[in-house]
Design a protein around this ligand. Structure first.
Ligand SMILES: Cc1cc2nc3c(=O)[nH]c(=O)nc-3n(C[C@H](O)[C@H](O)[C@H](O)COP(=O)(O)OP(=O)(O)OC[C@H]3O[C@@H](n4cnc5c(N)ncnc54)[C@H](O)[C@@H]3O)c2cc1C
Length: 489
């Protein structure tokens, strides 16, 4: 990465870039990080706007309602101000403004926070959506992605050069939040988590400075942002290591009737303990179009076709599939196959935890939960890890939960707000029994009702070090809308 040497705030010229925009006509009501109501003066807001290259949107501005929308339609929040950032200078200016006024701050990367933490009521939304550029350096096998890039942006740009890195499974998810929390995906067993791919990042820290973080520059900050979520600042570009990849995989869905699911899941867990790094299979219990309960094995095998076919033979024999769509396919197609199911603007409620194994009792409970579900779209997914993810020490960087082979994800989705209470109520009732089979959870999960004293479970044995670093880099907890690490008082 070209050196983004520590730049003091004075390095950003705050010239009047948007003098054509109408001046603010009255003081603005806003909310601070600790929940106080304040008034921002017209002149302060005008000065802030004038110093940005991108737009500053107030509630009456055209584009405001589009900008505050995020992936999960459950959240309809109204920030006092939205800074549509075009670059690191805009981000630094926004952080400086937020800090000066102690504002509540939400940072929006791709907007896929399951608990709506990229938008807030009454605070400042630092919106990175306009910052999606990705630049590949094929000779050095590196990709530099701006803070608001989506996973599909990275996949498309890198694959064009016969290169790839680990991203997640839905292409419209943001790389920002996913990388900072860890990042699981179809190639994680082969190459490691998304955060394992980072070679460096430029970050605007809570004091408004832009600093570089890497193994050699601010190494403690670099340790913290690889799994510590959005707690430490706003990353403007991430730089990822890339791996040669021909762009093809054997993948798709292998579908079994629910009657065979117990036997298939038991056999699957046994086989998958010994699976090679190139094989990724996510079991999903769900409802097929037409209403039948089914077990899907969602497959991506990145080995050459003949080896992939051989690896898949025992999985195909676990039962009698009613549908077998696993075939040689472009990897990018697999990466987009769930984009429509995970519709932007749908109403989602999710609970997750990590599980070492798919124990028999857990399998029985998941089947009972899905078979007896009284809501239209119940779903339990078990995305796997293992392979290269497990070969990194849990304290090598902030991401701790490397030893568990699966996540258990209970999810409901809907389109009509009238269905929310039923969906959410069902998930809340079913989760405690499922949760008893899990250990710790992902920082990138739904944190809506998570008691503050439990959030540390996301960080396991790395929590104390993270608290010390949070205290150093963000002592006032400016970046609090995340799996929040509270600084020492
Ligand atoms: C449909 C869907 C599919 C998913 N699939 C996967 C998957 O396959 N693998 C996986 O690991 N996870 C997955 N997730 C979870 C995902 O990792 C989180 O939802 C993640 O927060 C998304 O990142 P984002 O940038 O879109 O989020 P946002 O909502 O924009 O932000 C979420 C958090 O990250 C912080 N943040 C975002 N960008 C930056 C930045 N540039 N600098 C500093 N802080 C930032 C925000 O402050 C906020 O706290 C999925 C989620 C959804 C909704």
């Amino acid at each position: 990465m070209s050196a983004a040497a520590a730049l003091g705030s004075a390095a950003f010229p705050l010239g009047r870039a948007f003098s054509a925009v109408a001046a603010v006509t009255s003081d603005i009501e806003a909310v601070t990080g600790d929940g106080r109501q304040i008034l921002l003066s017209r002149s302060d807001v005008d000065d802030f706007r004038a110093g940005l290259r991108g737009q500053l949107l107030l509630p009456d501005a055209p584009g405001y309602d589009d900008a505050r929308k995020i992936f999960n339609g459950m959240f309809d929040r109204r920030p006092a101000l939205i800074a549509r950032c075009l670059g690191a200078a805009d981000v630094a200016r926004s952080v400086q403004f937020a800090r000066t006024h102690a504002l509540l701050v939400a940072v929006r990367g791709g907007g896929h926070s399951l608990s709506g933490q990229s938008v807030c009521d009454g605070g400042l939304m630092i919106d990175l959506a306009p910052m999606r550029s990705v630049r590949v350096d094929p000779a050095r096998r590196l990709a530099r992605a701006s803070g608001g890039a989506l996973l599909g942006d990275i996949d498309r740009e890198t694959l064009a050069f016969g290169l790839v890195t680990t991203t997640g499974t839905v292409s419209h998810t943001g790389a920002g939040g996913l990388t900072l929390g860890g990042g699981f995906g179809r190639l994680a067993r082969r190459y490691g988590l998304t955060c394992d791919q980072l070679s460096s990042a430029d970050i605007v820290t809570a004091d408004g400075r832009l600093v570089e973080a890497s193994e050699t520059a601010n190494a403690d900050l670099f340790w913290a942002i690889r799994g510590g979520g959005g707690n430490f600042g706003v990353v403007t570009p991430f730089e990822y290591r890339l791996h040669p990849f021909d762009g093809w995989a054997n993948g798709g869905h292998l579908v079994f009737p629910i009657e065979q699911a117990r036997q298939v899941l038991r056999g699957f867990d046994d086989l998958f303990q010994r699976a090679g790094d190139g094989l990724w299979i996510e079991p999903v219990l769900t409802v097929a179009p037409g209403g039948a309960r089914v077990l899907i094995l969602d497959v991506c095998c990145s080995e050459p076709p003949a080896a992939a076919e051989a690896m898949l033979v025992p999985y195909r024999k676990l039962g009698e599939p009613i549908q077998d769509e696993v075939r040689p396919v472009r990897y990018i197609q697999l990466q987009m196959q769930d984009d429509e199911r995970a519709r932007i603007g749908g109403r989602y409620y999710t609970k997750t935890g990590f599980a070492d194994r798919l124990e028999d009792d857990l399998i029985d409970l998941m089947l009972e939960t899905i078979s007896g579900a009284t809501i239209p779209r119940p779903r339990i997914a078990m995305p796997p890890r293992g392979g290269a993810v497990q070969r990194v020490a849990p304290d090598a960087m902030a991401f701790w939960h490397r030893r568990s082979l699966y996540s258990v994800i209970l999810q409901t989705s809907g389109d009509d707000p009238a269905d929310d209470a039923g969906n959410v109520g069902w998930a809340k009732a079913k989760w405690p029994a499922l949760e008893s089979f899990t250990k710790g959870f992902y920082a990138n999960t739904n944190l809506s009702e998570m008691p503050a004293e439990r959030v540390g479970e996301a960080y396991g044995g790395n929590l104390e070090r993270l608290i010390a670093l949070k205290t150093r880099y963000d002592p006032t907890n400016l970046f609090r809308l995340n799996a929040n690490i509270r600084p020492h008082a």
